[in-house]
Design a protein around this ligand. Structure first.
Ligand SMILES: Cc1cc2nc3c(=O)[nH]c(=O)nc-3n(C[C@H](O)[C@H](O)[C@H](O)COP(=O)(O)OP(=O)(O)OC[C@H]3O[C@@H](n4cnc5c(N)ncnc54)[C@H](O)[C@@H]3O)c2cc1C
Length: 418
């Protein structure tokens, strides 16, 4: 006999690939689901990737399929700009208090873009990691779901400007919107709050935030993307000059007791993938990857071998000790060790990409749930009925996050033990 669907909904916190997967899987098992995302759109970090390793396909194919599963399933309610303030109760009967940031643009928005045309304020483009700007009213990115403009409260002048309100033919903008609080009942909860890139500015000597041509691996995803700030051209952020020499610094923060003591598990693969971006954009460009060990477990070994064998790709065992702005060329001078050759290397490069690791986004906890000493949620430490999934639980790639989230969804619906 089939187990009946739970009376109360499953609440999923975090609308990245893990949270989206948990939501659609739980709903397709018959549960009502409420998906809470703190940003204005779903997709999390993968919505900001150019391509996925190992197939080098666009993440939006998979995301779009999942968005369709959400759109077509009335059992899933999505709240964006939503953050959990408090979780109380027990398995089957939790109460979740949620703060909803003001929705100044409502569902009437047709994404025509006239509001952004008249908006007088520019702000840093968060989606592109600060490379470039948008207007204070902006579409987060061309494929955003929900496909709706969003207003940066920090940047918007407010009613004394009001140009966007005047030009909107659909009455979609309300600059008076205020924060509201929701109280939800939940049968069970999936925590899928994901990761943030480690702040490269904390890595002394690598000049991140000092030289514009030292960028992080997540910035490289945007730089390589045709929808990114350079329209997919591989150029130096400082002056738009084409890049002919790129250096990758592995373990930028990860596996370091002073920063992130764990391996972030995907950074070697991410840099190998980004080497493929460079090969595609500029086949003659020289690529150097400085590593401690290359970690590409299981099925990814073949991808590593393939990229490592490509012309102009050189892997060097050794850490980059220093990176400085080169006043002569405008590029970056790196100082590193080559462990196997037993020598010190100084090299002038156009672009240094630091492979910053994954830091849990909700490292200080969420709604009173406590994370472990590294900021991850451990299922064994969570109460019955609360399950962590994806990179909120441990650093992992997309396919592992999807499997993890599917398992969490089944436990959330059928009452599994952590
Ligand atoms: C440079 C780089 C490249 C990568 N490339 C690949 C690749 O090519 N292939 C691959 O398989 N993997 C890749 N990965 C790994 C991949 O990014 C992760 O596996 C994936 O993002 C995990 O998804 P997630 O849903 O767990 O987390 P996220 O993508 O971080 O999503 C979490 C979501 O939760 C939201 N959130 C956070 N806190 C809260 C809160 N308190 N309340 C509500 N919402 C909240 C966030 O806004 C976000 O939308 C890469 C990683 C890096 C660092």
């Amino acid at each position: 006999m089939a187990t009946p669907a739970p009376k109360n909904p499953v609440v999923v916190i975090g609308g990245g690939i893990a949270g989206i997967t948990a939501a659609v899987e739980a709903a397709e098992c018959g549960a009502n689901v409420i998906l809470l995302e703190k940003r204005a759109h779903l997709g999390g970090r993968v919505a900001r990737m150019h391509k996925y390793f190992p197939k080098l396909c666009a993440p939006y194919c998979g995301l779009e399929l999942n968005f369709r599963r959400i759109r077509e399933n009335p059992a899933i309610a999505v709240h964006t700009r939503a953050e959990v303030a408090e979780i109380k109760g027990q398995y089957g009967d939790f109460t979740v208090k949620v703060r909803l940031q003001p929705q100044m643009v409502n569902a009437n928005c047709t994404a025509c873009g006239k509001c952004a045309e008249v908006c007088p304020v520019e702000r840093q483009d968060h989606y592109n990691y600060g490379m470039g700007t948008t207007k204070a009213i902006y579409m987060p990115h061309p494929m955003a779901f929900p496909q709706r403009y969003n207003i940066s409260q920090k940047a918007c002048i407010g009613k004394e400007c009001g140009k966007c309100v005047q030009v909107c033919e659909y009455g979609a903008i309300n600059l008076d919107a205020r924060e509201t609080v929701l109280e939800l009942k939940a049968h069970s909860i999936v925590v899928a709050t994901g990761w943030d890139p480690y702040n490269g500015a904390k890595l002394q000597g690598l000049s991140f935030g000092v030289s514009p041509n030292v960028i992080s691996n997540v910035m490289m995803e945007r730089l390589a993307s045709p929808e990114g700030p350079a329209k997919g051209k591989l150029v130096r952020p400082s002056d738009g000059k084409e890049v002919r020499d790129v250096v990758f610094a592995q373990c930028a923060g990860s596996r370091d007791e002073n920063h992130l003591p764990y391996c972030s598990s995907v950074c070697c693969l991410a840099s190998l993938k980004q080497a493929a971006y460079v090969r595609e954009a500029a086949p003659d460009a020289k690529i150097f990857i400085y590593y401690i060990d290359i970690r590409t477990p299981g099925k990814y070994e073949r991808f590593y071998r393939k990229i490592a064998a490509e012309p102009n790709v050189t892997l060097i065992k050794g850490k980059i000790a220093k990176a400085e702005h080169d006043p002569e060329t405008g590029g970056v001078i790196i100082t590193a060790e080559d462990v196997l050759a037993g020598k010190k290397i100084t090299r002038k490069t156009d672009l240094l990409v630091i492979a910053t690791g994954m830091q849990p986004a909700a490292q200080n906890g969420v709604g009173g749930l406590k994370a472990d000493e590294n900021g991850f949620f451990t299922n064994a430490a969570l109460a019955r009925g609360i399950y962590a999934a994806g990179t909120a639980r441990l650093p992992q790639d997309v396919s592992s996050s999807i499997m993890d989230a599917t398992a969490a969804a089944l436990k959330a619906v059928y009452g599994g033990r952590p």
